[in-house]
Design a protein around this ligand. Structure first.
Ligand code: RB5
Length: 161
């Protein structure tokens, strides 16, 4: 993968510039969050929104904190981690404008962007290794949204049920 760093951005291919990456977790995702933040911050601007230690916390609080930042940032993107990635993804998707994808394979990471244009990637700190997580993140960032019929479907996501 061709990676070129510039001020606060990284180019994963010839088209994609990555803005600031927000990242947050509960205690179940703390270790994976720290590992990911350390690795990503060598090439992109990473803002860690907590949690900061192993004390038990409630994952909806961290989903809310990150989603607000993503929504107020043009082309904002973020990574959320809890023990399984399930609870934090459920909460994130209650924010209109957030498309949070829980990813457990390279293929899901690619589809999360290609078909869903996910602006938040969710991971399980107790289910996903650091190496796997970095591979998913790179796949997500280096894939382009396909638009077309997929945009028509995204337009329906934030409609009232
Ligand atoms: C916390 O123990 C755990 O429930 C949480 O991290 C997450 O896995 C919930 O979906």
């Amino acid at each position: 993968m061709h990676i070129v760093a510039s001020k606060n951005c990284v180019r994963y291919d010839s088209r994609v510039m990555t803005p600031t990456m927000y990242i947050a977790s509960d205690h179940g995702g703390l270790e994976l969050k720290s590992n990911i933040a350390t690795i990503l911050s060598t090439t992109i601007d990473v803002v860690d929104l907590g949690t900061a230690d192993t004390s038990s916390v409630d994952y909806p609080d961290f989903a809310d904190r990150l989603c607000k930042k993503v929504l107020e940032t043009p082309n904002g993107i973020g990574i959320l981690i809890c023990g399984t990635g399930i609870g934090i993804s459920i909460r994130a998707n209650r924010h209109v404008g957030i498309r949070a994808a829980l990813v457990t394979s390279d293929f899901m990471a690619e589809m999360a962007k290609a078909h869903n244009n996910a602006n938040v990637l969710c991971l399980g700190g107790r289910t996903t290794s650091t190496e796997e997580a970095i591979a998913y993140i790179k796949r997500w960032l280096s894939t382009s949204f396909e638009g077309g019929r997929h945009q028509l479907r995204l337009d329906k996501l934030d409609r009232p049920t």
